[in-house]
Write a protein that binds this ligand. Sequence first.
Ligand code: NI
Length: 182
Amino acid sequence: MPVRPILRMGDARLLAVAEPVPEHAFGSVWLAELLQDMRDTMAAANGAGLAAPQIGVGSQVVLFGSGQPNPRYPDAPVVPPTVLINPVLTPMGTEEAVDWEGCLSVPGLRGQVPRWQKLRYQGYDENGQPIDRTVEGFHARVVQHECDHLQGMLYPMRILDFRAFGFTDVLFPQLLARAADD
Ligand code: NI
């Protein structure tokens, strides 16, 4: 399965609201092939996550986690590999946290983004099995970032303080020595 081109900020397809995956598509060849392309694309880019709209598919499908440390975020906690379809996010409590994010559709940049510290996410895996987890910290941040893509939202739209937005190699020269190009 091919590594697909990742759309970059400025492409109108990244601003569209994604459609739910219909019930009959769970377990389908279409979905399996989409997910394989997304996995291959995410792995090739060392991504922490990927949403279907980033490869030009307007469906509510996201992938995140790898079960091992990510070279782009070497100090972040490990997130289990997860396929999440038709997600519903519910913040738990009112606490927010601000931390650095990057995005494969916004290459070369990082910014500080406020997110809910703790949330519940619900949805389905590729076979239609329900997923229901309550998570916090980095895991919660990754879910919010990926699910934002399904609403046409990119992380720079959430930045409150643009003094904390810049080029990764300027902000984190030591990180870039270890990580891939973005
Ligand atoms: Ni992203």
